[in-house]
Design a binder for this molecule. Sequence first.
Ligand code: NDP
Ligand code: MG
Length: 418
Amino acid sequence: MSDRKNLVRRLCILGATGSIGLSTLDVVRRHPHKFDVVSLSAYSNVDVLFSQCVEFSPESVVMVSEPHAEQLKTLLVKKGLESIIVYSGAAALEEISREVTTDTVMAAIVGASGLMPTMAAVNAGKRVLLANKEALVTSGAIFIEAVKASGAQLIPIDSEHNAIFQCLPIEAQNTPGYCELASNGVSKILLTGSGGPFRTYNIEQLDSVTVEEACAHPNWDMGQKISVDSATMMNKGLELIEAKWLFNVEPEDIKIVLHPQSTIHSMVQYKDGSVLAQMGNPDMRTPIAHALSFPDRIESGVEPLDFFNTPAFEFQSVDFVKYPNLKLAIEACKNGQGACTALNAANEIAVDAFLNKKIKFTDIYKINETSVNKFVSEEVTSIDDVINLDGRVREFTTSLLVNYYREDNHAKADRDNY
Ligand code: NDP
Ligand code: MG
């Protein structure tokens, strides 16, 4: 047996209380001899982080919100677990990401808040399991240059990107971000998407869809922000930008294919006509298990596909009139880093306003478009530029919201507190 198979991976899980964090710990739980949970993080979810502390005995945790960190400390002392160090504040996320006692960092914070801790892990040369697509969308070439400089190993968690990774030759797997795919015979990346919960709706119906409907994805159980992004198909746009950077290709090299069953998670087309696909039941534990143990394979808890009871595969092209956010993201990808950083920041503000029932679903696009147009030609060449632009776009986008506030009573009642 090789040494690698006996290796215990020492994990930092950023965003441990979220959908990806929970799925990661579910896989880890099945392999107590392969993984050691060194550190965990959350924003404010005391109950879940506390139960994770009890079960996995990490050395340290970060609860970003200070009052919630105090509550967690009290619970840990009562339970006799005061040896677990509890940090608070966003800067502590970077500390645990580069901590020398960890070798693998699961980057599963949602949104651009995940950028700095993920970059800290990259700069420390860790094995970085990347779920936080927003980090790569906001910083693109800067992120990949940092991977190259530190020798960090980057493994995608996003199901499409993990599928593409699995369908690529080893050379490309070992050098994500800077491998020449064309010289490895690749002619196209086929990025699949289900079309989200509104695939069968007509455009007029989209104006009045509710938060609950937008968050009810037909195939995947995910956090709220990515669920709304899937409904607008902004998620597929962010994924196209993510794919550009992860696989060192241009937007023209990526074809989006609607596949409502979410059984094929994406494909790679080669110049000899071969198309390699990765398939499986839609459950994030498969890409997570793959990335956690790569290049070995471990049990994930996901049932294998039953081909005799699997719905027939369908494939469709995308209707960009119905999904204008996807078009906006593809254009941003072509326009450069300023447009992508602005797109992400504007979208985070607009989606948050929709989730808080301040604006309509269809307003997300109008707000995103106005913000991206304003900042499209900004130069972004450093992390400081990213942070600066991200802040300015958030401020501008927030100032736009008032023009879109819903006129129903619920929105009015909440407006003053917003
Ligand atoms: P969730 O909303 O379920 O979880 C988010 C996690 O991040 C929670 O642990 C949350 O803590 C923490 N968090 C939230 N805000 C902050 C902040 N400002 N600072 C630090 N931590 C914060 O998200 P998901 O798990 O769905 O998604 C995580 C990432 O993975 C996203 O980038 C998403 O695009 C990507 N992804 C997710 C998929 C999925 O199936 N869910 C699939 C593919 C990619 P708390 O619980 O305390 O609020
Ligand atoms: Mg995805």
